[in-house]
Ligand binder design. Structure first.
Ligand code: NAP
Length: 333
């Protein structure tokens, strides 16, 4: 049985996570039981939701315990399968965690078809963050051609796809992100019609001439308070995430409820996991747009499993330029 190197939770972060909140250890990979598959991890995802798992606060999923492997979506190759649905050397994606080997129930894995190239796309544009953008925008935001769609954390994994989907839908797109390089990506790579650098621009002033029909909110806090001033009547606010609040000791309210009355606006949160029964639809449509060049994407890759905590802390600091990923190993087949 191979040795399995893992990254585990050493301590619950108090505020902003530190590298000392994580530990690295080695255990045996174990053997798959009936209906299970042993997977060698190649790529691991780095996501804001992992911060929530490290906390004991009530949420939509069970918190990690101290010593648990950090939960993540990962892409890997099948080493051994005790289920007829998978064979050795096939590529799969699933909740495999920050580790070199994982044993998973076959039913919890998705096969990655060869046309998903590079296979790491199954962790973003053709995976969870792409699906988040697709369902959040189309099902919750319900954009109409001619609408203006404003997106926060617009250069990130979800945000880069939201803007391009809104453009495909005939909308004007306004992206908000931190720093000149990200703003350049918003315009040149993701085709945003307007881009705001919230770290250097006055967001309220930059939005003065905009009307916000749909606000796809990834961050909350001060940025959302600036956006809400430009809502139109009947606006839709899609609460995808509130990453500016994840490390705050006391999260602050992002929206003034009175404005929902004034603008007869609808604010709705959603979880991509609620749409699992429609993932094939999203994957098919996103793949067609990627293949026709209508959707671009950027990855921000950190080499080496042991560097996953650093990548995670960097992502929460806004250092990722594109989807944050960790390359764990090369494919053997
Ligand atoms: P990401 O945008 O690739 O990375 C996080 C980004 O958040 C950073 O790069 C940074 O970008 C921004 N950020 C961090 N602190 C901030 C602050 N204080 N103010 C403003 N921006 C800040 O991450 P992602 O995976 O695409 O996730 C984006 C959001 O979607 C998160 O809130 C996440 O929880 C949520 N999400 C929700 C679902 C769902 O099912 N509802 C699924 C996936 C993700 P800047 O450099 O631009 O600041």
């Amino acid at each position: 049985m191979p040795v399995n190197r893992r990254v585990t939770l050493a301590a619950r972060p108090a505020g902003f996570p530190q590298e000392s909140d994580f530990a690295c250890d080695e255990v045996s990979s174990g053997s798959p039981g009936p209906g299970e598959v042993l997977v060698r991890v190649l790529w691991a995802s780095v996501d804001p939701y992992q911060r929530g798992r490290m906390s004991e606060a009530r949420s939509y999923a069970q918190p990690l315990e101290i010593g648990d492997v950090i939960t993540s979506q990962s892409v890997g190759e099948v080493v051994e399968s005790n289920d007829p649905r998978f064979s050795p050397a096939e590529l799969v994606v699933g909740q495999l965690g920050w580790q070199e080997y994982a044993i998973a129930r076959a039913g919890a894995l998705r096969r990655i078809p060869p046309e998903v190239d590079p296979p790491s796309l199954a962790l973003h544009a053709l995976g969870a963050t792409g699906f988040t953008a697709y369902f959040g925008l189309f099902d919750v935001g319900k954009p109409r051609a001619g609408d203006t769609v404003v997106v926060s954390a617009a250069a990130g994994a979800v945000g880069q796809i939201v803007g391009q989907l809104a453009s495909i839908g005939g909308c004007r797109t306004v992206g908000i992100a931190g720093g000149p390089e990200k703003v350049r990506d918003l315009k040149e790579l993701y085709g945003y019609d307007a881009a705001i650098d919230y770290k250097n621009d006055d967001v309220v002033a930059a939005l003065r001439d905009e009307r916000v029909d749909v606000y796809f909110d990834n961050v909350g806090g001060e940025i959302s308070r600036a956006v809400q001033r430009r809502l139109t009547i009947g606006a839709r606010i899609v609460i995808c995430g509130q990453v500016s609040q994840y490390n705050a000791p006391k999260p602050e309210p992002s929206f003034h409820p009175g404005l929902l009355v004034v603008f007869r606006a609808r604010m709705e949160g959603f979880l991509v996991s609620d749409y699992v029964h429609r993932f094939d639809e999203a994957a098919r449509r996103l793949a067609a747009w990627l293949a026709s060049g209508r959707i671009n994407w950027r990855e921000d890759v950190t080499e080496g499993l042991e560097n996953a905590p650093r990548a995670f802390i960097g992502m929460l600091n806004g250092e990722n330029r594109g989807k944050a990923l960790v390359k764990v190993a090369e494919r053997t087949t």
